[in-house]
Design a protein around this ligand. Structure first.
Ligand SMILES: Cc1cc2nc3c(=O)[nH]c(=O)nc-3n(C[C@H](O)[C@H](O)[C@H](O)COP(=O)(O)OP(=O)(O)OC[C@H]3O[C@@H](n4cnc5c(N)ncnc54)[C@H](O)[C@@H]3O)c2cc1C
Length: 286
C-alpha cells in the first residue's frame, strides 16, 4: 500500500530539526534510516503530514572520543557501528549487536538513533546500550538533556522522548579491559532474535568483579538482568560456574507469547544465551 501523502524536509542543523518538530506538532515525524518508519507508513498505521529527514544534519553521523567515553551520533548506521575501530575497541558488544541486525541493506540504512527511538523490545541495539550503561542525549526546545539508557524505555514502542525532541547522540563509557559478547537466537538467519543477550564482564584476579547483561524480547522493554548479574559477582572464570549463575537471567521477567515462543521458553533461552555470552566474555575455559 502507498503511504498517505506527506511533505518532506531535510534540515541541516539540529536547531532546524527541533523548530520543525515544534511547528509540525503531532503531524511531524522524524525520519532516520526509514527501515521501521516506512513500513509503518505503507501499512497506514501512521499518517504524518510532514517527514523531517535527519540524513543531512551536520554531526549526527559520527563516532568520536570524549574523555572516558565515546559519543555516537544518532544517525550512525549499524554498518558503521560494526566497523568503527573506536566502537570495536571500547564498546565491542555494540559492534557485535549491530553486525547481527537483519541483512546488509538494513545495516547500511538503519541507525542507532532510529533503533532506540523505535523501542521495539526485540531490537538488537538496546541490550548492548543497556549493558554498556550508556546515556542518551536528547535535544528539544529547552536545550539538551541526558537520560540513562536504563530510564529511556518505558513500554512497547514508547520512550522518554517528547514529541518535540530528537535523540541526537548516545554516550558510551569506554569499557577498556572488559570482556564482551552478544548472543542472539533466531529461527532463521538474518531474522529478528527470539531472545538476545548482551554481556559485559570485568574480571579481576580470576573472578568476576562486575557483570552487566542486557536482554531483548524479555518484556515490554529491553531489560537488564539483576538476578544473573548479582549471581555472577565473585564467580571463578570457569564455564560451568558462570553458566549456572547466568542461568538466572530470565528470573522476574514477563516475556510475551508469540509464534516463536512461550514465556517459559524465552526464560530458558535467556539463561542459556546469558551463560554462553558471559563465558565467552570472561574468556572462560571448560
Ligand atoms: C526486513 C527488516 C529486518 C530487520 N531486522 C532487524 C533485526 O534483526 N534487528 C533489529 O534490531 N532491527 C531490525 N530491523 C529494524 C531496523 O533495525 C530499523 O532500522 C530500526 O528499527 C529503526 O531504525 P531506522 O534508523 O531505520 O529508523 P526509522 O525507521 O527512520 O525510524 C523509526 C522511529 O524512530 C523515530 N526516529 C528515528 N530517528 C530518530 C531520532 N534520532 N530521534 C528521535 N526519533 C527518531 C522515527 O520517527 C520513527 O518513529 C529490521 C527491519 C526490516 C525492515
Amino acid at each position: 500500500m502507498r503511504p498517505v501523502a506527506f511533505d518532506y524536509i531535510a534540515p541541516t542543523t539540529v536547531a532546524e530539526v527541533v523548530q520543525a518538530l515544534v511547528d509540525g506538532g503531532d503531524d511531524a515525524k522524524l525520519l532516520g534510516g526509514g527501515h521501521s518508519l516506512l513500513p509503518v507508513l505503507r501499512l497506514r498505521m501512521a499518517d504524518p503530514s510532514m517527514l523531517i529527514d535527519l540524513g543531512r544534519v551536520d554531526g549526527l553521523r559520527q563516532v568520536r572520543e570524549d574523555g572516558d567515553g565515546l559519543v555516537i551520533g544518532a544517525m550512525t548506521t549499524y554498518h558503521a557501528l560494526a566497523h568503527d575501530p573506536l566502537v570495536g575497541e571500547h564498546a565491542g558488544v555494540l559492534a557485535q549487536a549491530a553486525a547481527s541486525v537483519g541483512d546488509p541493506q538494513i545495516r547500511y540504512r538503519g541507525t542507532i538513533g532510529g533503533s532506540l527511538a523505535h523501542a521495539d523490545p526485540a531490537g538488537d541495539i538496546a541490550p548492548a546500550v543497556l549493558a554498556l550503561e550508556a546515556v542518551l542525549e536528547i535535544t528539544g526546545p529547552s536545550g539538551v538533556r541526558t537520560v540513562p539508557a536504563s530510564e529511556f524505555f518505558e513500554d512497547y514502542f514508547t520512550t522518554a522522548l517528547g514529541e518535540d525532541e530528537v535523540l541526537t547522540a548516545v554516550r558510551v563509557p569506554k569499557h577498556t579491559g572488559w570482556g564482551m559478547r552478544y548472543e542472539k537466537f533466531s529461527q532463521v538467519a538474518q531474522s529478528w532474535g527470539i531472545v538476545a543477550v548482551a554481556a559485559a564482564v570485568r574480571v579481576e584476579d580470576g573472578t568476576v568483579a562486575e557483570a552487566r547483561l542486557g536482554m531483548s524480547n524479555m518484556g515490554s522493554t529491553p531489560l537488564r538482568s539483576g538476578a544473573a548479574e548479582t549471581a555472577l559477582i565473585g564467580q571463578p572464570v570457569e564455564a560451568g560456574a558462570l553458566q549456572r549463575a547466568a542461568a538466572r537471567a530470565g528470573e522476574g521477567t514477563n516475556p510475551t507469547t508469540d509464534p516463536a515462543g512461550t514465556p517459559d521458553y524465552r526464560r530458558h533461552l535467556a539463561g542459556v544465551l546469558a551463560g554462553r555470552a558471559v563465558a565467552a566474555a570472561a574468556g572462560a575455559s571448560g
